[in-house]
Design a protein around this ligand. Structure first.
Ligand code: SF4
Ligand code: SF4
Length: 149
């Protein structure tokens, strides 16, 4: 479980992150849950993990405190994270809200993530061509991963 953050520290992080022009988006389809991104992210609790069994491995990024530094993208061993323009994920609380499909186990088992970030529950998947294109480039071996545009 994430360690609760000092409110002043969190407020400072949110202020800094509000200026970020890009945010990190994890492709859950390919994430192995290895936690390398969590280890390299300089912002505490920015990336969090859900699921400890192979059917529900995955992490999500908290967009309110992601400062767009790109360290996670550079170090992910599975090339599973992309930076996307902040406006393309506007209104999304976490990268779970920005998944172009809901095929991952977390969408049928929302209890895997904290209740306060289950904004994805009952919502259709995120339909944004700009983000879909990024995901498609990320997974060229799976040509139909995002479905038709
Ligand atoms: S480093 Fe990449 S594969 Fe590993 S948990 Fe993070 S996003 Fe997933
Ligand atoms: S871009 Fe930087 S702050 Fe955002 S999730 Fe990745 S490592 Fe953390």
């Amino acid at each position: 479980m994430p360690v609760p953050m000092n409110p002043e520290r969190r407020a400072a992080l949110v202020k800094g992150a509000s200026r970020a022009k890009i945010k990190a988006l994890v492709n859950l389809t390919a994430c192995t849950g290895c936690e390398v991104c969590i280890a390299v992210c300089p912002v505490p609790s920015c990336i969090e993990k859900f699921g400890e069994d192979p059917t529900s491995f995955g992490v999500y990024v908290n967009y309110d405190i992601c400062i767009g530094c790109q360290l996670c993208v550079k170090d992910c061993p599975w090339d599973t994270i992309r930076m996307v323009p902040t406006p393309s994920v506007a209104g999304h609380q976490t990268s779970l809200d920005s998944q172009p499909n809901h095929e991952h186990a977390v969408f049928s088992r929302p209890e895997l993530v904290p209740e306060e970030i289950r904004a994805f529950e009952g919502k259709p998947h995120f339909d944004n061509h700009q983000v879909k294109d990024l995901f498609q480039k990320q997974n060229p071996q799976v040509p139909n991963i995002m479905g038709p545009k």
